[in-house]
Design a protein around this ligand. Sequence first.
Ligand SMILES: [Zn+2]
Length: 160
Amino acid sequence: MSEYPVVCPECGENKSDGQTCADAFHVLLAWEWEFEMQDVHHLLVLCYHLQHPSLYSPDGLKSALELLIAFVEAEMSPQEMRRQIWQRINSGQRDFKITARPDAHGIYAKPVLWEMRVWDCVRAGHENYYRIVRTWSESVFSPLKASGNLAGISTHGMFK
Ligand SMILES: [Zn+2]
């Protein structure tokens, strides 16, 4: 028996078999290794965390939203995204923590209704992995924008 609630408190996934969103995330990570499909790894990590924002610190969530906007609206390639992420991690200027702390975690100002969730990627099968993660990233973007959670967030300064 799982100790987890059936409905994910963050993304709303409704699994009757007690499996969690983290289980699905780990299935996808295993595929990346097993089938040597790591081109969209950072996009997977981004989408998963954006649908589970309490994994981020408030600043980490804002930074992740900037990356999503850059990817979907400015059509940043996964390779460029990887470069940007490394730049941030390696930058001495980074003065915030990306991951949540007990006293500070990311939360959306307005509720978001997701159209796709991490289990949908598992259901699509590994042969559709790249395509489904890209579709997922667009489906994560749309309701975030529609709900007003992207207001005030820009990619200013990302493309230098
Ligand atoms: Zn979830």
